[in-house]
Design a protein around this ligand. Structure first.
Ligand code: GRF
Length: 214
């Protein structure tokens, strides 16, 4: 492939999630309106009938449930290999974890080096793990937010690409706060993917540098 062909090639995204799929939807919509120059070639879920699969099916995007059994909280062993095989079959350049409720293990990361992204509903490194918006609320923080980061072998520890903050209001409950955070998630995940599509990210240690648009 020539350099020109490479720069014209459309980024192929594989999305993996376990839940309702609002982030996947925001990626589809960003592609539809031309804000993200990419194609989603496959959506995978470890949850049969998950909303994220239905969003893809409604748009005729290939979507599959793949069991991650026998594990409960991680994607490992043969199940992980099944995911890798299907992602490769669909020519995926970058993987967007979007509400995937499992820890991914080194084999997947090695198959897609520096090409696995995650969206986390907190301003990392504060509040890693589950229900981060509730952690922030219960802690008494005044500012919450979300983070798109590269995935490494830790839990929510990889190099940070984009973060966006939201205020925590006195009358917030977990639901209202998560909804406010999700509005920003839906903005920054497509933005981060477009930075990958434009080859504008450079990782140095923990830091991710964003080149000016060419
Ligand atoms: C989001 O809050 C995301 O940050 C977290 O899981 C949630 C997934 O939501 N990792 P959705 O399925 O994309 O609506």
């Amino acid at each position: 492939m020539t350099t020109e062909q490479q720069s014209n090639a459309v980024l192929k995204i594989g999305i993996i999630g376990s839940g309702k799929g609002s982030n996947a939807l925001s990626i589809f919509e960003a592609i539809d309106r031309g804000a993200l120059k990419a194609e989603v070639t496959i959506v995978l879920s470890d949850v049969e009938g998950a909303g994220i699969l239905n969003h893809a099916i409604q748009r005729d995007i290939p979507a599959r449930f793949i069991s991650a059994a026998p594990f409960m909280t991680k994607l490992d062993g043969e199940a992980q290999q099944d995911y890798i095989d299907v992602l490769r079959e669909h020519d995926v350049d970058v993987i967007a974890l979007a509400g995937f409720m499992r820890i991914v293990k080194p084999d997947l990361l090695a198959a897609f080096p520096n090409r696995v992204l995650n969206i986390h509903p907190a301003l990392l490194p504060a509040f890693p793990g589950m229900y981060s918006w509730k952690q922030a609320l219960d802690y008494g923080a005044k500012i919450a937010g979300c983070t798109v980061h590269f995935v490494d072998t830790g839990t929510d520890t990889g190099p940070i690409i984009i973060q966006r903050s939201v205020p925590i209001k006195e009358d917030d409950d977990a639901g209202t706060l998560h909804a406010r955070i999700q509005i920003q998630e839906h903005a920054i995940y497509p933005e981060a993917l477009q930075l990958i599509a434009d080859n504008r990210l450079r990782i140095e240690g923990r830091r991710v540098f964003i080149a000016s648009p060419s």
